[in-house]
Design a protein around this ligand. Structure first.
Ligand code: ADP
Ligand code: MG
Length: 723
């Protein structure tokens, strides 16, 4: 009660402009601000704004430049300006036809006068009076009576106030809910900014200096009431820095915590490795060499490697993995490589067998249905019990497999290197299990994650900041370009004829459809039933191709709702060449190698991201046969057409991924789970230089010296957990 009285006295004094600088704290509730009643309070709450602190962190999304104040005599049709002058006449009336309320005024400065008109804002005539000095900002328009300003922002010029808030300057525009005006928002912001001194600076001054950023409080002030566009740039940099820096600090803390673990040192076996490399049937590319070198250096250390190997489809990651595994085996330690599916695991062991031919390396494979050992040029199925025993005693040093390798029963003796292909299929929990599997509680295996998803470096740094990154950007020489064509619907017959010819020459074909069957249409996102391309479902297409188009060819289908046993069976049949045309959903996206496949035909292509289309395309062109990728799209949209024609022209996965990211954002491209976690409001991952700057600073930081940084990271983590 008593407090209430005090606060109403305060707000009375405040309204009378007698008490300006008191009673504003970061935790002051918005309803305690001047002119906030119940209705406005609710509307602010709807925007997530409860306190002065929230208000200060409610950032504008754009600005209007009203900073240029012109003489009325100099105004021209169509320009956006501010004028300052005196009201000579003002009154409101109903418009004759529409019965809406108009307020008309004449404003004069020393050069001339102009008509001003506002629609429907009844209160204006109550606020502005003849004789008032005003500043008006808005657009100038010409009508048959001459120039006028229509519904400009207005503000009385008060002699004791230095600056205007809504006019005659750059003004902030906010994303608001119905019922809150920009004017109200700026008025509230003006009050809130008085609590600015309470904002705690969490970045130490020398780091601010190093990063060339302004203080936190300055940034908040400049973002809401900038004096220039430079101010906005400066403020934005600081606010983006805050978001990206906390991510990099966290990543750096994780990186350093990894260094506290021990790992088995895998000494570089120079002679044998060199011999291995020179016996390959091809020369390693520069990127392959560099990546291999980075890995070999990492695993020679006594703390665990934590590295991501990125390389486009077909860039030759397997040989890099193989080389690292070979070095592991040469150190008499164990190494494993895991794939997300059984078929991929099988392909890995086949690749390793041919890579290590004649080197006396035994390789085991363990998946749900395979348990075999390859030794001395022969495959031998062995019992699971025997396999487990051999692994436990390190009689087998090299294992290939799926998740099955992570089962509790599989115990290693000295697991030193874990390689995971297409890691995004493995959850964080599984990565943790991997780390605990070394066989010795004191040590953690070196970890290498491989992905063909092209992730531009800045994204990779932000998404996987705790990992070191190796990139294979160049494809091996002499690869034939995959001929990519966006096919018009009236050329569909020709495409089918072409496919037919390819099959007759012994090749195989993929047909990708966006959906599984027609009933999926109702549940799929962004779908309007009228759109034809959405009806291109796997099952329907399969029926059509099988019964009408290619009745005499061997056709089968594959989709994610099939049992994994059935999926593997179908895929295996395709690998073995027993299927000519495979109609599938995006399940074929990852890694499978079918050298004999030469045509990738994609229905409803506009439905897929470019990076994803690129993955599909990478399923063909894996041999010396000229390969083709045909895109079908019934979308008339120009954006869709442009995207697809970019795809037609571009074979670089990174370029395509960048484009996707710009158009669709990281959530769409890499899954919301990963990018949503980052809590980016100001920054986005295109801010490459800033990401690099943040990482550079984070890597050199002495956390002991700056406890505020650690606190901030913890606070950030709590924030993530609370959601
Ligand atoms: P990905 O990175 O998609 O896993 P792979 O490792 O499967 O690619 O390699 C694709 C093909 O390229 C394999 O047949 C492999 O033997 C071959 N390859 C790898 N490196 C080179 C190279 N430097 N020159 C020529 N061919 C290579
Ligand atoms: Mg691969």
């Amino acid at each position: 009660m008593f407090l209430n009285i005090i606060s109403s006295i305060k707000s009375f004094l405040y309204q009378k402009n007698m008490l300006v600088y008191s009673y504003m704290h970061l935790n002051t509730k918005v309803e305690q601000l001047n002119k906030v009643g119940d209705v406005l309070k609710k509307r602010l709450h709807k925007l997530g704004v409860q306190t002065v602190f929230d208000l200060l962190h409610f950032f504008p999304f754009r600005y209007e430049d009203y900073s240029e104040i012109k003489h009325i005599a100099d105004l021209q049709d169509g320009i956006q300006v501010s004028i300052q002058g005196k009201i000579e006449l003002i009154n409101s009336k109903r418009s004759p036809r529409k019965r809406t309320l108009l307020t008309e005024a004449i404003v004069r400065d020393e050069s001339d006068q102009i008509r001003v008109i506002w629609f429907g804002q009844a209160y204006i005539a109550k606020v502005l009076h003849v004789g008032d000095e005003v500043c008006l900002s808005g657009q100038v328009k010409q009508d048959m009576f001459g120039l006028q300003m229509v519904s400009p922002e207005y503000e009385k010029i008060v002699s004791h106030k230095k600056n205007t808030t809504h006019t005659g300057r750059i003004v902030a525009m906010y994303h608001l809910t119905a019922g809150i005006t920009h004017k109200q928002m700026r008025f509230l912001m003006e009050q809130a900014l008085r609590a600015l001194d309470e904002l705690v600076e969490w970045i130490p001054q020398d780091i601010c200096h190093m990063a060339d950023i302004v203080s936190y409080a300055d940034a908040i002030r400049m973002i809401h009431v900038p004096d220039s566009f430079d101010d906005i740039t400066i403020a934005t940099k600081r606010l983006k820095f805050d978001e990206l820096f906390v991510l990099q600090l966290r990543a750096e803390m994780i990186r350093r915590s990894m260094k506290q673990y021990k790992a088995i040192k895998l000494v570089f076996q120079q002679d044998k490795i060199q011999d291995f490399v020179s016996s390959l049937s091809f020369k390693l590319t520069v990127d392959q060499k560099k990546s291999a070198w980075q890995i070999l250096q990492d695993i020679a250390r006594d703390y665990p490697m934590n590295r991501l190997l990125e390389g486009d489809v077909g860039s030759g990651k397997t040989v890099v993995a193989g080389l690292s595994l070979y070095n592991t085996v040469l150190n008499n330690a164990q190494g494993i490589i895991m794939a997300p599916t059984e078929i991929l695991a099988k392909q890995h062991i086949d690749s390793l067998i041919s890579l290590f031919h004649g080197r006396g390396v035994c390789i085991g494979i363990l998946t749900r249905s395979m348990c075999a050992l390859y030794c001395d040029d022969t495959y031998e199925d062995i019992s699971r019990a025997e396999m487990l025993k051999k692994i436990k005693q390190a009689e087998i040093t090299l294992m290939v497999g799926t998740h099955a390798l992570l089962s509790d029963e599989v115990v290693f003796k000295n697991l030193a290197l874990v390689i995971v292909d297409e890691q995004h299929r493995f959850g964080v929990e599984q990565r943790k299990t991997i780390r605990e599997k070394s066989g010795d509680a004191q040590t953690v295996p070196h970890f290498l994650s491989m992905t063909a998803t092209p992730i531009p470096r800045s994204y990779a740094l932000a998404l996987y900041g705790d990992l070191d990154i190796s990139m294979i950007k160049e494809l091996p020489h002499g690869r034939k370009k995959i001929i990519t064509r966006l096919v018009d619907s009236h050329n569909r017959e020709k495409a089918y004829q072409f496919i037919h010819d390819q099959v007759k020459q012994g090749r195989q074909v993929f047909v990708i459809c966006p959906l599984i069957d027609v009933s999926d249409i109702a549940t799929a996102r962004n779908v309007s039933l009228s759109n034809n391309s959405e009806k291109k479902s796997v099952m329907k297409e399969y029926e059509t191709l099988k019964t009408k188009i290619f009745p005499h060819l061997r056709i089968d289908f594959l989709h994610g709702k099939m049992k994994s046993k059935d999926k593997d069976k179908t895929m295996q049949a395709f690998v073995e060449g027993n299927i000519d045309i495979l109609v599938a959903t995006s399940v074929v996206e990852v890694g499978v190698n079918i050298p004999n496949a030469s045509v990738m035909m994609i229905e409803g292509a506009e439905r897929f991201g470019l990076a994803q289309l690129h993955q599909f395309r990478g399923r063909v062109g894996r041999s010396s046969y000229q390969s083709y990728c045909f895109l079908f799209s019934e979308s008339e949209s120009t954006i869709a057409q442009e995207r697809l024609s970019l795809f037609e022209k571009t074979s670089d996965g990174f370029v395509l991924a960048e484009h996707d990211l710009k158009m669709r954002g990281p959530g769409e491209v890499y899954g919301t789970a990963q990018s949503g976690q980052m809590h980016l409001r100001m920054a986005n991952l295109q801010d490459y230089d800033l990401v690099v700057l943040c990482q550079g600073i984070a890597r050199d930081i002495d956390f002991e010296k700056y406890p505020s940084l650690m606190e901030r990271v913890q606070e950030w983590e709590r924030g993530v957990h609370l959601e």
